[in-house]
Write a protein that binds this ligand. Structure first.
Ligand code: MEV
Length: 325
């Protein structure tokens, strides 16, 4: 059961004349990924400028999905789009609508398999587009469950943090399925950089599971340490202690590498960020590729870190400010 905190994106009922649509955004996990799957806390930050939009159009025949101009029947979707198909069919079923005579068009501005929550954002956007098409209300617990159904297809055992983050408007602490707003004592500037290495969340989560099964004492101790670091990091953020917060991120990176979700391209970006003055840096999301997040000070330092990460091979870099007044 998920507690719904103060600020989630609103879902206004759309006038019948407009195309039924939904949208959701990317996220970055600041700390606690993988440990979250085992009930430990994690902290996530919405990245609202990176969005996915879904629209429902009438189209005769079986239910179709259109992505980047390519339209396929849901039954023909390749494996990597299976979760998006499940989001569509499950949402239609929930509202008592047949999976036919519709095409759902999805436009994503979120790089896939990069740790930024692209699959959860797509599922959220589709669920909202279908809700709008149905013209019915959807409470937050049911919405979350519909997105989780799709996320289970994307990666077996999702903690729920991605499903929640795709609609959250503020940083939040997520612990054992419960999300609580995390007030920041000072604004924080993050640099998020994409290694360009695409990685499967499913494989990363499965790899950690195998490590924990093979060596339960060691694996559980690493995950518990991540949980402890997350709680300490939440305190650092609340009190505006960014240098301490950054140090905890860098320690978390070492633990994540020990859990087997590191990658040489991640190491290169982490080293570049720290050498350029970042207070700390680590992978974000499932790892084994994807994005790195670095904590920086003022705008000049963020620029320096951005330049250094680009020089170290980042294929895209975003500066995200949280808690700005
Ligand atoms: C993926 O963004 C975060 C993981 O912790 C998986 C999850 O929490 O569902 C790796």
């Amino acid at each position: 059961m998920v507690r719904v905190p103060a600020r989630l994106a609103e879902s206004p009922t759309m006038p019948a004349s407009e195309t039924p649509a939904g949208s959701a955004h990317a996220k970055a996990i600041l700390i606690g990924e993988h440990a979250a799957v085992y009930g430990h806390p994690a902290i996530a930050l919405p990245i609202t400028p990176l969005r996915t939009v879904a629209e429902v159009h009438r189209s005769p025949g079986p239910l179709r999905l259109n992505s980047a101009g390519r339209s396929l029947a849901v039954s023909e979707l390749p494996g990597r789009f299976a979760s998006v198909g499940v989001a569509a069919t499950t949402a239609l079923e929930f509202f008592g609508l047949p999976p036919a005579d519709l095409e759902i068009a999805v436009r994503s501005g979120i790089p896939p398999q990069a740790g930024l929550g692209a699959s959860a954002a797509a599922a959220n956007a589709i669920v909202e587009a279908v809700r709008s098409y149905a013209g019915l209300a959807l409470d937050e617990a049911d919405r979350f469950e519909l997105v989780q159904a799709a996320e289970r297809v994307a990666h077996g055992n999702p903690s729920g943090i991605d499903a929640y983050a795709a609609r959250a408007l503020e940083p939040f602490l997520f612990a054992a399925g419960v999300a609580s707003p995390l007030p920041l004592g000072a604004p924080v500037r993050f640099v998020v950089a994409d290694t360009g290495v695409r990685a499967s969340t499913d494989e990363a989560v499965t790899g950690v599971r195998q490590l924990v099964d093979t060596d339960p004492d060691h694996g559980s101790a690493l995950l518990a340490r991540l949980g402890e670091l997350t709680r300490e990091a939440a305190g650092n953020l609340e009190h505006g202690r960014l240098s301490d917060f950054g140090k905890r991120l860098s320690i978390a990176q070492e633990i994540l590498t020990e859990l087997g979700v590191g990658h040489p391209a991640i190491d290169r970006l982490v080293t570049a960020a720290e050498s350029a003055g970042a207070a700390g840096a680590k992978l974000t999301g499932a790892g084994r590729g994807g994005c790195v997040i670095a904590v920086t000070g003022d705008a000049d330092q963020a620029q320096q870190v951005q330049t250094a990460m680009t020089a170290a091979g980042a294929v895209a870099v975003w500066i995200v400010t949280a808690g700005a007044t």
